[in-house]
Design a protein around this ligand. Structure first.
Ligand SMILES: Nc1ncnc2c1ncn2[C@@H]1O[C@H](COP(=O)(O)OP(=O)(O)O)[C@@H](O)[C@H]1O
Ligand SMILES: O=P(O)(O)OC[C@H](O)CO
Length: 498
């Protein structure tokens, strides 16, 4: 057995990638699936689509690699996090659609709990903020709104899982109901210091503990995929939420190292070592990975809209046909115009956490056209990153020096212009690695290392290789003025003055 199969179940598509023992990618397959928006601020996926696209891409990737299932030593799973699936333990049927991480339908419940003073306890235990982003209030919503669900859950008949658990359940034919510590740390029900589900939080969010999966390490035994699915029984040996898997894939194993992934949204994680660091700047404290029962923690900044702003230029405004066209447009934009786009389409994430505000554009003149809008869209990604990396540096400065280099990955890092602007805003180098599929790479390494096929952490870190380093080059005065303009635009966008 020579290869590893990584499943990357993301928000808009499912990818399966076969890696060799290096681990380096050998062959891949990808499928998009339907997004459901039944009401304003609601986002749902059909769990059957998540599973069907996983099974289909796994088969196709193995075939494309010219391999048989018997050649695959292990499966690694990485997934969109927080997204909530509830299913019947007996039939394996979901009770309804999955509620996606972006969904804001539980904003009122979160506000009420905050008004009741619940947030400090939630943050102290979970490292998270009382926000609809996380799974707990999504589970409660399903139990309260699907007929009969609460009674069935209380009778022990229903199971909850983030997407990793749902896939493990289906891969093992209902034999294993488990998750890993990184995914558990995003539910708002898991005490990240105690390393256990918290009974008090389950009571607060009205989630029966019998629904919860067993929590294992990120490299662990998660059972075996049924032989009839892929052609041979394959052990599942690695599981991590996608942003944590990217942290592993970027080999950010030392405290102080930071990675930032630019896909639909942007998620930056700073490795803080074996102690959780509480944020004074509204960042999240989370588990980066857990090996041999030992958690390594991270500070996380989450931006909801990064590459999605480019999709909006394409699908909403229709001013580009494909994402790559933003670069020539940005280059052609009038340098004298100061147009700012605050892409608060679903509110603002870290460090603002304002779920009520909505997007805004400032500085429009008669001369503003597609070029200035495209530049403002790309720049918004750099500005938002600066806001959260600055917050991270403040939180971490008491503990140690944060790495001054940022490792980036994700689809949007294809944009050289955006990466240069990012380096200029951070006033620090930005490193783009050769392998941009770092999420799948992280999952593959976790599984391959557990299978004894891949090198240890040190060997894996040594194999990380640079594609290009972006070095800051903007005039300091111009940088200061641009940042001041952005901060003013954000201040005018927020729903409450700060
Ligand atoms: N050349 C480019 N310039 C700017 N944005 C890009 C470019 N290529 C891809 N993107 C953006 O990157 C995102 C896709 O990245 P990906 O990592 O596949 O996202 P996800 O995993 O969240 O689906 C899209 O939102 C797209 O708009
Ligand atoms: O599927 P992605 O890559 O957009 O990632 C989603 C995150 O895990 C949400 O927390």
């Amino acid at each position: 057995m020579t290869h590893i199969l990584a499943i990357d179940q993301g928000t808009t598509s499912t990818r399966a990638i076969v890696f060799d023992a290096a681990p380096a990618p050998v062959a891949a397959d990808q499928q998009e699936f339907a997004q459901h928006f039944p009401a304003s601020g609601w986002v749902e996926h059909d769990p059957a689509d998540l599973w069907a696209s996983t099974a289909a891409t796994c088969r196709a990737a193995i075939e494309r690699a010219g391999l048989r299932a018997a050649d695959i030593a292990a499966i690694g799973i990485t997934n969109q996090r927080e997204t909530t699936v509830v299913w019947d333990r007996e039939t394996g049927q979901p009770v309804g659609r999955a509620i996606v991480w972006q969904d804001r339908r539980t904003a009122d419940l979160c506000r009420r709990l905050k008004e009741d003073g619940a947030e400090p306890e939630v943050t102290a235990k979970t490292g998270l903020l009382l926000d609809p982003y996380f799974s707990a209030t999504k589970i409660a919503w399903i139990l309260d709104n699907v007929e009969g669900a609460r009674a069935r859950a209380e009778a022990g008949k229903l199971a909850f899982g983030t997407v990793d658990s749902w896939l493990i359940w289906n891969l093992t034919g209902g034999k294993v109901h488990a998750t890993d510590a990184t995914n558990a740390s995003r539910t708002m029900l898991y005490d990240i210091r105690a390393g256990a589900w918290d009974a008090e939080l389950c009571r607060m969010f009205r989630v029966p503990m019998s629904m919860l999966p067993e929590v294992r390490d990120s490299a662990d035994d998660f059972g075996r995929a049924r032989a009839d699915l892929l052609g041979a029984e394959i052990p599942i040996l690695g599981v991590a939420g996608d942003q944590q898997a990217a942290t592993v894939g970027q080999a950010c194993f030392a405290p102080g190292m930071v990675k930032s992934t630019y896909g639909t949204g942007c998620f930056a994680l700073l490795n803080t070592g074996d102690a959780p660091v509480a944020s004074a700047n509204r960042l999240l404290t989370t588990i980066a990975y857990q090996l041999d029962g030992k958690p390594t923690y991270a500070l996380e900044g989450s931006i909801f809209i990064a590459g999605a702003v480019v999709q909006w230029l394409r699908d909403g405004l229709g001013i580009i046909r494909e994402a790559a066209q933003t670069q020539p447009l940005a280059e052609a934009a009038d340098p004298a115009q100061n147009v700012y786009l605050v892409p608060a389409f679903t509110g603002l994430g870290a460090p603002w956490w304002d779920s009520e505000c909505r997007g805004a554009i400032f500085g429009l003149t008669r001369g503003t056209g597609p070029a200035e809008l495209a530049r403002a869209a790309l720049e918004s990604v750099g500005y938002q990153s600066l806001d959260l990396i600055e917050a991270m540096r403040r939180d971490w400065s008491a503990e140690g020096a944060a790495d001054t280099v940022l490792r980036v990955d994700g689809g949007m890092t294809a944009s050289d212009w955006t990466m240069q602007f990012l380096a200029d805003m951070l006033d620090a180098p930005v490193d783009r690695p050769r392998v941009l599929e770092t999420t799948a790479l992280g999952a593959a390494w976790l599984a391959g290392m557990k299978a004894g096929l891949c090198p240890d952490a040190q060997g894996f870190a040594a194999s990380w290789s640079l594609d290009r380093r972006f070095v800051p080059s903007m005039d300091p005065e111009r940088r200061r003025a641009k940042i001041a303009g952005w901060r003013d635009a954000v201040r005018r966008t927020l729903s409450q003055p700060r």
